[in-house]
Design a protein around this ligand. Structure first.
Ligand code: ADP
Ligand code: ZN
Ligand code: ZN
Length: 700
């Protein structure tokens, strides 16, 4: 009998963090999938490389090991590279390897027996290609695209492809992918996009371009798929049948034994960071994976993250070489010009103005020419607060430190944090006053307001203008977003109102005016990343305009910003479309303040029934950590615990503590050792409901 190490989905706090030993008549290669008894149940496990026996220590006592119940031998073992990837990621993001590794596998794999899997694979292998069509002919390259592709062919990367919206980045990805796939009949390509909603668009483009590979060679991977679809895509990628995998962040952990190219489109997008469980960054893992598997990595964006921008700076003699190489595509394909920035100084507008007179006039002019207008407001619902003028009552959520938002369509008050939904009270719950007022504007109210402002305008066929709203409320039903976007694409909509959801990646050809109504909040936010996010949102939103060169030939497209701070440097650089200047200015500030990418951060968050209990736990952990930090001479700073900015959600109090270091290595070393303190302290802090570490957090 052989002893086999098996990783199981055991969480870090269970103290069973390493692999467990089982017996089997023969040795099994690492990466094999097995089913083993675990407690009273039977669980999916992953055969893990056995640690070399330590010659210095005495041989372990003879133990009676439980046998492996089943080997899922219908599928090849996971590759050594894949095992190394999940091992790295679990350690880096402070998770147990077993829990992390098994969570990377499709959920259905955890439920099936070897027989069921064999049947599935048989069925899967039967999928034959239905008609192999000729591929679509690609357009002739622009000079900038040709230069970028030439660098991709000769340099190692990783690359930051800094290409303006509409500069033809996607075309570069497709060309590079075509070359990589043609050079090696087994090669696989992974293309990541930030949102599920962007996968169908990309998938269509990819399927047309690579029609000659056959349908089965292209698969998607995202959380909107059914468990059966996910298993199928995973098996395709794992067996090498899929040559191209398109997916959201989870796809970075797909098993792809012949991976040669990874593209991360819109690499700056915060949705690449997982916000629960193992809080990994798919972009950062893509770079690690590329290095590990010798796959080329392209991070593309019109507004790269400041981390990627900094890592791709020009080399300075005498300093360490930057980690990434930058490729620039500043021009738009064709003659579509970049939009002009117009600022409205809201200090000169009547109080409580939602849409200023000059903006309204500009919109009406566009609409009269049958062009489309896009209006952004970063707040859904009708009004963010209801209040009573006579007693001061406000629509606070009883369970959260937030106001419940008034939704007029169904006359509810809804908490956007805990989802508490109640009918709007007829009278003030505080004093019985019948006249409760609403405060502020959400997208629902904006839609209503615009309908009033534009009521006299008609479409050429004499019907009223169409105003549509796209936000998390309007798209709650499955398929709604796709349907609504199609309407906009088809020109059935004249004015589109929405949250930032509509600013990403969609191609609205007839939009010639984009307006951001109140972007000021981000200018003075406590979150040091807020300006970076605002700049990229406005730049992306502006990128929606002017895609149709014929339309913009008449009069240039415009991006309107209503602000109380028109002279703010962020708007100055935006006006020039000068991301580089904006990035340099931000990086200077971050460098002076000792913020990322010049330092490395982690957050530990704790949740408890009281704020005090949550903070006590964190501060005790801080003390414990501080005592041995000095001994180890690690330059790591632990800050005192503070309430989170959303302090209370669903009656749970939340606190956090920042950990910072100038050295990633020191921070990692500290966190790994400190886990034991946290687990130990948790036992004596019974009021703590949960705690978690977030490495490289995106929001502080
Ligand atoms: P990005 O990804 O940078 O926003 P895309 O690759 O989507 O840009 O290109 C923008 C538009 O220009 C698309 O409609 C695309 O089909 C078109 N396009 C891209 N490259 C070329 C080219 N070399 N010649 C003509 N049209 C192109
Ligand atoms: Zn009242
Ligand atoms: Zn709530």
């Amino acid at each position: 009998m052989e002893e086999v190490s098996v990783l199981l989905p055991t969480p870090a706090y269970s103290r069973l963090t390493g692999p467990l030993s089982y017996s089997h008549p023969s040795a099994l290669p690492p990466g094999s999938l097995v089913r083993v008894p675990l407690g009273a149940r039977d669980s999916l496990g992953l055969v893990w490389p056995r640690a070399a026996p330590d010659a210095a220590s005495p041989p372990p006592p003879e133990r009676v090991l439980k046998p492996i119940a089943q080997v899922l031998d219908g599928i090849p073992p996971l590759s050594a590279h894949w095992l190394q990837l999940v091992d790295f990621a679990a350690h880096y993001y402070q998770r147990s390897v077993g829990e992390f590794a098994l969570a990377c596998l499709p959920p259905q794999l955890r439920e099936v027996s070897a027989e069921q899997l064999a049947r599935k694979i048989k069925k899967h292998n039967k999928i034959k290609d239905l008609g192999i069509a000729p591929p679509q002919t690609p357009p002739a390259l622009t000079a900038e695209q040709a230069t970028a592709l030439a660098r991709l062919a000769t340099d190692p990367g990783p690359f930051v492809l800094h290409g303006n919206t509409g500069s033809g980045k996607t075309e570069v990805y497709l060309r590079r992918a075509a070359l990589v796939l043609a050079q090696d009949p087994q090669a696989q390509v992974l293309m990541l996009v930030p949102e599920i909603n962007l996968t169908p668009q990309l998938e269509e483009r990819v399927r047309l371009r690579f029609a000659d590979l056959g349908d089965a060679a292209i698969v998607s991977m995202h959380s909107g798929m059914t468990p059966a679809q996910r298993l199928n895509s995973w098996l395709s990628a794992h067996t090498g049948q899929a040559r191209l995998v398109l997916g959201t962040r989870m796809a970075v952990l797909a098993s792809m034994p012949h991976l040669r190219l990874i593209v991360v489109d819109e690499e700056h997008d915060p949705s690449y960071k997982q916000q629960e469980g193992a809080r990994y960054s798919a972009r950062d893992l893509a770079v690690y994976r590329g290095q590990l598997e010798k796959a080329q990595v392209i991070l593309g964006s019109a507004t790269p993250s400041l981390e990627s921008w900094h890592h791709s700076r020009d080399a300075v003699p005498g300093e360490a070489a930057p980690r990434y190489q930058r490729l620039a595509m500043p021009s738009r394909v064709g003659s579509g010009a970049l939009p002009l920035l117009r600022r409205v100084d809201m200090n000169n507008q009547p109080r409580k103005t939602l849409i200023s007179a000059p903006l309204l006039a500009a919109m009406r002019e566009r609409l009269a020419r049958q062009e489309q207008v896009l209006v952004l407001l970063n707040r859904r619902g009708y009004a963010p607060v209801l209040h009573c003028a006579s007693c001061g009552w406000k629509s606070e959520c009883p369970h959260c430190s937030a106001y419940r938002v008034f939704h007029k369509a169904d006359r509810t008050l809804r908490c956007h944090h805990c989802s508490l939904t109640q009918p709007v009270p007829r009278a003030c719950p505080g004093c019985g006053n019948q006249d409760i007022g609403s405060f502020g504007h959400g997208t629902e109210r904006l839609e209503e307001h615009l309908a009033e402002l534009l009521v006299d305008m008609k479409r050429p066929d004499g019907t009223a203008l169409r105003i549509a709203r796209i936000d998390a409320d309007s798209t709650r039903l499955k398929g709604e977003l796709v349907r609504q976007l199609a309407e906009v694409h088809d020109g059935d909509v004249d004015v589109l109102v929405g949250t930032q959801m509509v600013a990403k990646g969609h191609d609205f050809r007839r939009v010639t005016l984009v307006a951001a109504l109140n972007p000021d909040g981000a200018l003075f936010s406590a979150d040091f990343r807020a300006p970076e996010r605002l700049f990229s949102l406005l730049m992306q939103a502006a990128g929606r305009a002017g895609r149709d060169a014929e339309l913009s030939a008449g009069s240039p497209c415009e991006m309107w910003v209503q602000t109380f701070h028109p002279a703010h440097p962020l708007f100055e650089t935006l006006k020039q479309h000068d991301f580089a200047a904006f990035a340099e200015q931000q990086l200077r500030e971050r460098s002076q303040a000792g913020l990322p990418p010049f330092t490395f951060q982690a957050l530990v968050r704790a949740e408890a029934r009281s704020q005090e209990a949550a903070q006590d736990f964190l501060n005790a952990a801080r003390e414990a950590g501080d005592t041995w930090l000095g001994e180890l001479e690690l330059a790591v700073t632990l800050y005192p615990a503070v309430p989170m900015s959303m302090q209370r959600v669903a009656n749970v109090e939340r606190a956090q503590m920042l950990i910072e270091s100038g050295s990633r290595r020191a921070l990692q070393h500290f966190l790994a050792a400190w886990q034991a303190d946290l687990q130990h302290l948790r036992a004596s802090h019974k009021a703590v409901l949960r705690w978690a570490i977030d490495v490289d957090p995106l929001a502080i």
